[in-house]
Structure formats: C-alpha cells, structure tokens
Design a protein around this ligand. Structure first.
Ligand code: ADP
Length: 352
C-alpha cells in the first residue's frame, strides 16, 4: 500500500505534448478514478505510473521515493486491463498461481494466496476450470485476483470493465469498490465513463486534452464543477451563457438577471450550469414565488419510464428539464408556452 505523488508530470511524443503539468497526491488506500474523453491521456498517465512509458517531465514518487527511472517490476505495481489477458490453456488456479511460481514462492505459500484471493473474489468454485468456460464478469474477477495475489502497493486498472455489458458492468462497479475497501490497496482506475467514475471513486480526476482539470470527491465534482468542460462531462447540464454583474448575479445572454454566486470579476464571461433534474417545468407564469425562472416554449417530451425529459426552446438556446414520472400527472403539452424555474442555490457559475 502506498502514497503516490505526481509533481509537474508531462509527456511528449516528439514535439507533441500529450500530458501537461499533472500534479496530484494520491493517499494510501484511496480509490482514484481518472476520467475523460478518448485521447485525453488517461492510459498514457497510467502507463507512466506503471513504468511502461518514460516520463518526459516532472517527478513520480511512490512512498516518498522518486521512481522515474525504476523499472516496472520494482515499483510494487500490478495492472489490470480491459482485455483480461488470461492464459487460455491454464486453469483459473494456474492463471492465478503463475506469477508466484515464476517468483519461486513455496507451494504452501502459493496455495494459501490463491485460496485467499479466490475466496475474496468468489472464484472458489471455478478454480479447476479453463477461462473460456467462464462468463466475462468471472474472467475479469480472475484478472483481478491474479493482480491482487502479487500484493501490489498500487493496483492500476485501465478500463477494466469496458468489455462487459451494461448490467454486469454496473454490478462489477459495486463489487470493485467493495473489493478495494476490503483489501485497502491504492487503486488508480481509468475510464471514459463518467457514471462509472461517480459510482466507484473516492476522488475523481477529470482530464481533457492532456490536462488534469479538477480533482475532487464525486459530490464536489458534480456540485461544484471547476469549468464548463467538467460541468458538461460529468452528468448532464444546461450551460446558460452570460456575464457577471455582481458577486451573486449573472446577466444572461437575453438580458435576464439571475442569482449565481461566483468569485469571477464583474464583466467576465461565464456560464450558469443548471442540471436538468434541478429545474422544474410549469405552465407560463406558474413558477414558485422567489425562484429564478426563464420562459420558453415546450418543444419535445421524451418518456423514459421512470423520468420525463422536456426540451424547452428559449430564444437563444434549448433547455433540458428532467422530472420524475408520476403516472396520471398532466403537465404542459408540446407547443405550450412554459416557465422553467429552479431553487436559487441549485446552480453553479463556471468559467471556460
Ligand atoms: P486515452 O487513454 O485518454 O484514450 P491515450 O493516453 O491513449 O488517451 O492517448 C493520449 C494521446 O497520446 C492521444 O492523442 C494519442 O494519440 C497519443 N499517443 C498515445 N501513444 C502514443 C505514441 N506511442 N506515439 C504518439 N502518440 C501517442
């Protein structure tokens, strides 16, 4: 188990800088998730921690030792990939034992380690089977068991659930989080899926174009996004363009003044981030007294079973409103003039 410290880490391929000035302390036993769109540099960062890619700038420390030039095998790190990478001709037990055999561990030690990992990962009934006879979720658990058996200080996971279907993926997300809390090993997890990041992480690092834009708990990231990109990438949001009028008022593009607290300077261009589920829809003029609101025309209603999504056309943009579905309730119809309102404290003001 280990602390991981990144100071000014960067990575260039030739003249192209794909990671820029990454600074982060990851505490022992923490589950950190790097999330960002494809190509933002997540895997490169993970591979640099593993020692599979050279670090071209900055320092990486594991337990207060700079490891930039330490080979992968001496970093105390194990890695799990999306592609499981199991040996097809070996049984589950042989797959799990392999690295310990190479490391010339005793038979008893190997047996104990395999049995222990099999118990934690619920693989006891499958130890004598070949991987091909097991489901995707079970194979991923073998890959995890094989990594954990090495007792790494840090476990790196690169899109480990990417090959699973949605239901199994969601189940494995919860299992993985529970597993990490049981074993207490530092996990560094990479995904492009923001819901997965919210579900699994102690802290999330949001990345874009080689930069680490914000690091925080899922709640901090969702409730107080650092900028437009984070607000838009983590969850759904409406970004209402405007300029700061005072420390608690924003003037929107159409001249409407709405409450929005920020530390931006007067006159700065900002956006007010209004989450669809924090907005409510009313017949024109029927919004609650004292709540900020905008009027528009209901353009589309989408039925999702447990929720309804309303698209409201304003003069200069479209707003999304999400409400729980209460059977039998009658709301405005497509084409009606409507008012969208929200609780004054439920928005955040973000910059570029
Ligand atoms: P992600 O994991 O977020 O999808 P990657 O870390 O795989 O992103 O890639 C980040 C960027 O680095 C991409 O623009 C990719 O094209 C570039 N890149 C990755 N590996 C190499 C390489 N070996 N040579 C040149 N460019 C690379």
């Amino acid at each position: 188990m280990a602390d991981l410290k990144m100071t000014g880490i960067s990575k260039s391929y030739g003249n192209v800088e794909v990671l820029k000035d990454i600074n982060l302390d990851i505490k022992t036993g923490e589950l950190i998730v790097f999330v960002g769109p494809s190509g933002c540099g997540k895997s490169t960062l993970l591979r640099m921690i593993a020692g599979l890619e050279k670090i071209t700038g900055g320092e990486l420390e594991i337990d207060n030792v700079v490891v930039n030039n330490v080979p992968p095998s001496e970093r105390g790190i194990a890695m799990v990939f999306q592609s499981y990478a199991l040996y097809p001709n070996m049984t589950v037990r042989e797959n799990m034992s392999f690295a310990l055999k190479i490391a010339k561990k005793s038979k008893t030690e190997i047996k104990d380690a395999v049995n222990n990992a099999a118990r934690i990962l619920q693989l006891e009934d499958f130890l004598d089977r070949l991987p091909k006879s097991l489901s995707g979720g079970q194979r991923q658990r073998i890959a995890l068991a094989r990594a954990l058996i090495l007792k790494p200080k840090v476990l790196l996971l690169d899109e480990p659930l990417g090959a699973l279907d949605k239901k199994l993926r969601e189940q494995m997300q919860l299992e993985l989080r529970a597993l990490q809390k049981t074993v207490g090993i530092t996990f560094v997890f990479v995904t492009h899926d923001q819901e997965e990041a919210l579900t699994i992480a102690d802290r999330i690092g949001v990345m874009n174009e080689g930069k680490l834009l914000q690091v925080g708990t899922p709640e901090e990231i969702y409730e107080r996004p650092a900028n437009r990109f984070v607000a838009n990438f983590i969850g759904q949001t409406n970004l209402l363009d405007g300029t700061v009028e005072s420390k608690d008022t924003v003037c929107l593009a159409n001249g409407t003044r709405i409450p929005g607290q920020s530390s931006f300077g007067v006159g700065e261009r900002v956006a007010v981030s209004l989450r669809p589920e924090r907005a409510s829809l009313h017949r024109l003029g029927d919004g609650p007294d004292g709540h900020p609101s905008i009027d528009g025309r209901l353009e589309q209603v989408t039925y999702l079973g447990n929720a309804l999504i309303y698209m409201v056309a304003l003069d200069w943009m479209r707003l999304e409103v999400r409400t729980e579905n209460h059977p039998g309730a009658s709301g405005p119809a497509v084409g009606d003039e409507v008012t969208v309102s929200w609780e004054p404290g439920s928005v955040s003001v973000v910059g570029d």
